[in-house]
Design a binder for this molecule. Structure first.
Ligand SMILES: *Cc1c(COP(=O)(O)O)cnc(C)c1O
Ligand code: SF4
Length: 336
């Protein structure tokens, strides 16, 4: 029997992730108060500029109180600048809407298929394409993976399945287990890759049940995290990364280059160093998708290349992420 006392201790060491998800902040005024900036409330766009605010409390705790330019705050706080129209910024910047409409499988690149496993995330990042994505939350879940699996079965050239979204780790471990149980009928799938921001923004998601699932999978496991700034990586994230690595998961990170957040060689170098200290290799540094409402985050290509050169000059090659842009109709991400 668990005594009340033991339960408090457990909660303190690792809060239940579903509870943390439910407790996420959704009111921009509450976020500003917690960030020590209540006086900025009159600069909020009406209706959060059409994309709800959502941010876990643990992520807010890593912000510098009282700093309106905090790099974590800027990633989640709705800004008036999102209402500015900018030429070339549209609702479907990477041309995915058509391919996604049906069964949630995107097969753009050879050997790899990406599944839109979930429609929601633990955090709403202001720069994200998801702000305009019309796909329904229930996509993969209601179809109980059936159509997606039929799609994978029909093409034996697919050897790696990528769970993406939204964020696949907002799904219950039970749902994820059901999916990989069905995958055992497709022995040609040798790798499972998961694209998730939860190990960073909600590290308590990496709980015992999830680890048990991952450790027991018969195929190779890769997880691509998403951190943009070294301040996102605190000890709780480090602990989550350790648990994942012990479960045999190869850890990579992708970042988005964001003006005012990480458009600085020293910041990017520190990000790579801190990732590697947690056993995570930098993978991609993405140029922003040109999504409507995000133009204020854009870093010009010229400056992006200069930053990548500066990183190559100061870090070992394996700590330099590949600077890429996603372009419609290409066979891979395009190096800049
Ligand atoms: C980004 C992406 C992938 C993965 O590409 P990698 O270069 O292997 O990381 C796969 N499918 C789609 C549709 C993608 O957008
Ligand atoms: S898909 Fe990734 S970048 Fe977009 S809102 Fe979700 S966590 Fe943020």
């Amino acid at each position: 029997m668990i005594t009340a006392n033991e339960r408090t201790t457990q909660t303190r060491t690792r809060p239940d992730w579903r509870q943390s998800l439910r407790d996420a902040i959704t009111d921009p005024r509450e976020l500003l108060t917690l960030a020590g900036l209540p006086h900025l409330a009159d600069r909020l766009p009406a209706n959060a500029a059409g994309f709800a605010l959502k941010v876990p409390r643990g992520f807010v705790a890593r912000m510098r109180p009282g700093d309106p330019y905090d790099p974590l705050l800027l990633q989640v706080l709705p800004q008036l600048a999102e209402l500015d129209e900018a030429p070339g910024f549209s609702d479907d910047a990477v041309g995915d809407l058509d391919s996604i409409a049906g069964h949630g499988v995107l097969h753009k690149y050879e050997g790899r298929a990406l599944l839109i496993a979930a429609g929601s995330c633990a955090i709403n990042c202001r720069y994200c394409f998801r702000r305009h994505f019309p796909y329904a939350e229930e996509l993969a879940a209601t179809h109980a993976w059936r159509e997606a699996l039929a799609c994978l079965a029909a093409d034996p050239s697919i050897r790696e399945v990528i769970l993406s979204g939204g964020d696949p780790l907002v799904l219950s471990t039970q749902k994820l287990t059901e999916f990989t149980f069905c995958l055992r009928n497709l022995p040609q799938i040798i790798r499972l890759r998961i694209h998730s921001r939860l190990p960073v923004v909600l590290p308590e998601r990496i709980d015992a049940a999830l680890i048990e699932w991952l450790a027991g999978l018969p195929m190779q496991r890769v997880m691509v995290l998403h951190a943009n700034h070294p301040n996102e990586l605190d000890a709780s994230v480090g602990a989550a990364c350790s648990r994942l690595r012990e479960a045999g998961v190869t850890l990579l990170n992708q970042s988005v280059l964001l003006r005012g957040v990480n458009d600085d060689a020293a910041v990017l170098a520190e990000l790579s160093e801190r990732l590697f200290a947690f056993g995570v290799l930098p993978y991609y540094l993405h140029q922003l998708d040109r999504v409507r409402g995000t133009a204020h985050f854009e870093v010009p290509d010229e400056q992006a290349r200069t930053l990548a050169d500066a990183l190559r000059a100061r870090l070992p090659g394996y700590l330099v992420p590949r600077l890429v842009r996603e372009a419609p109709g290409e066979r891979s991400k395009r190096p800049l």
